[in-house]
Each structure stands twice: as structure tokens, then as C-alpha cells.
Design a protein around this ligand. Structure first.
Ligand SMILES: NC(=O)c1ccc[n+]([C@@H]2O[C@H](COP(=O)([O-])OP(=O)(O)OC[C@H]3O[C@@H](n4cnc5c(N)ncnc54)[C@H](OP(=O)(O)O)[C@@H]3O)[C@@H](O)[C@H]2O)c1
Length: 232
């Protein structure tokens, strides 16, 4: 059961994004599955073939023209849930070798893209009786939770996403859109690695339950996949 009839997911070809596609298509919801190279998205194509409610769209989240094309393609259509899932970890380099170009690239994907995509699709979400935007953050963006240091690029990108999303949430509440930040757990994906604690199904089961409970009183909050609030 889900109240979200149309769901748009970025980075939908693998990892947590693909698990979201499977979850909502399994409930026969319309899923707009966005990925940057559809011709390589074999699992998505299999899903699309077996499930008519799945539609694949090309979206490199850093490409402004593709964001504009997405906006035009869905002009006037209701989107109930936008999951800004696409993200990158960036280089796992020594903290003394931080690279400005790579740092900027991580910010483009993890910070700027979710906000710009949310803005581009805000009219679609406003058409929903309960439009929700979920920006995929990470506990690693929590400054309170940082007890080990390191990972400055990824940590700072998710902390910046949290800050920008809080403003977005307040700025768009008047349209009836609720915007939240999510931590998916430490998940077995290409990013999380095989030693991670949970699989993508467990993560998405938890996250989707959290999303069903989201209402205006939760606007701008940062949730773990188990429903607990995460400190900034
Ligand atoms: N796994 C974890 O333990 C964990 C923990 C906390 C937060 N997260 C967050 O959860 C989200 C999903 O992570 P994951 O573990 O599923 O990662 P993943 O397995 O590495 O998958 C990342 C996804 O993002 C897409 N992506 C990257 N750059 C993109 C771009 N420029 N345009 C469009 N798509 C792009 C990738 O597409 P390609 O296949 O084309 O590269 C892929 O679909 C991320 O935001 C991540 O930061 C993950």
C-alpha cells in the first residue's frame, strides 16, 4: 500500500534507486525511473518490459538541459513523490590531497542537483494532494555524528545538502510540498560496499514506511530509515 501514485526517482539504475523502482512498481505505481545512461540499465529495462507502470528517462542530474527537458516532458502532470537519490562519494583520497575539481563535482551531484531538480518539478509536486520530496542525505553529513573525521568531501556535500534542503523545505511549504532528508542506513551497494549492514530491500522498506508518514509537520526534518530523527 502506498498513497504515492506517481514516483520519480533519480539514479534509478542500481543500488538504492533501483530498489525504490522495484518497491513502487511492485505496488503497481507509476514509476519514472531516471538514469544517465539508459542503454546500460539492463535491470531497469527488464523491469520496464515486465511492468508497464515503469518508464525510463534519461537524466544526468548535473545536466541543466536534461533537467529542463524533464520539466517539459512532465508539464502539467502530477508527481506525488520525488526521490532525489543519485549521489556520488567522490575520491577516497588522503585528506592532505583534497582536489578542488573533484570536490566541486561532488557538490554538483550531491548538493546542487537535488535542489535544482526539486525546483524544476515543484509545480508537479504541488499538483499532488500530498507532494513529498525526499533528498537522499547521509549520516556522514551530520556534524554531531562525526566522531572519526576524514571523508571531508562527501561529509561536506551531505551537510550542505542538509542546509540547502532545509531552506528549500521552508521556501516550498506554501505550495503544499513537504521536503525531507533521508539516511538510508549503511547499505550493500557499490557505494556502501559488501560489508555494509543492510541490503537495499531492508533500506527501502524502512524509507518507504517513513515516507508514508510524512506530512507538513515533518517538513525539513532529517530521518534515518528506521524513522528516528538524525541530529544536524
Ligand atoms: N550505500 C550507503 O551505505 C549509503 C549511505 C548513506 C547515503 N547513501 C546515499 O544514497 C544514495 C544512493 O546510494 P547508493 O548506495 O545506491 O549508490 P550507488 O550504488 O553508487 O548508486 C549511485 C547512483 O547514483 C547515480 N548517479 C551518480 N551520478 C549521477 C549523475 N551525475 N546523474 C545521474 N545519476 C547519477 C548512479 O548512476 P550511474 O550508474 O550512471 O553511475 C547510480 O544510479 C546516494 O545519494 C548516497 O550518497 C548511501
Amino acid at each position: 500500500m502506498s498513497r504515492f501514485e506517481t514516483v520519480l526517482i533519480t539514479g534509478a539504475n542500481r543500488g538504492i534507486g533501483l530498489a525504490f523502482v522495484k518497491h513502487y512498481s511492485g505496488l503497481a505505481k507509476r514509476v519514472i525511473a531516471c538514469c544517465r545512461v539508459p542503454e546500460h540499465a539492463n535491470e531497469l529495462h527488464s523491469l520496464e518490459a515486465s511492468c508497464p507502470s515503469v518508464e525510463i528517462h534519461t537524466l544526468d542530474v548535473t545536466d541543466n538541459k536534461q533537467i529542463e527537458a524533464l520539466k517539459l516532458a512532465f508539464n502539467g502532470q502530477v508527481i506525488d513523490l520525488l526521490v532525489n537519490n543519485a549521489g556520488i562519494y567522490g575520491p577516497k583520497q588522503n585528506e592532505s590531497q583534497l582536489d578542488k575539481a573533484l570536490w566541486s563535482q561532488v557538490f554538483e551531484v550531491n548538493v546542487m542537483a537535488p535542489i535544482l531538480i526539486g525546483r524544476a518539478l515543484s509545480k508537479n509536486l504541488a499538483l499532488s494532494p500530498h507532494g513529498v520530496i525526499a533528498n537522499m542525505s547521509s549520516k556522514m553529513g551530520s556534524i554531531t555524528d562525526n566522531g572519526s573525521g576524514g571523508a571531508s568531501i562527501y561529509r561536506s556535500s551531505k551537510a550542505a545538502l542538509n542546509a540547502a534542503t532545509k531552506s528549500f523545505a521552508l521556501d516550498h511549504a506554501g505550495l503544499g510540498i513537504t521536503t525531507v532528508l533521508l539516511h538510508p542506513g549503511w547499505v550493500q551497494t557499490d557505494m556502501g560496499g559488501q560489508n555494509a549492514l543492510i541490503n537495499t530491500q531492508t533500506s527501502v522498506k524502512g524509507l518507504s514506511e517513513v515516507l508514508e508518514q510524512v506530512n507538513a509537520s515533518k517538513n525539513g526534518h532529517f530521518y534515518n530509515y528506521d524513522g528516528n530523527l538524525i541530529p544536524w
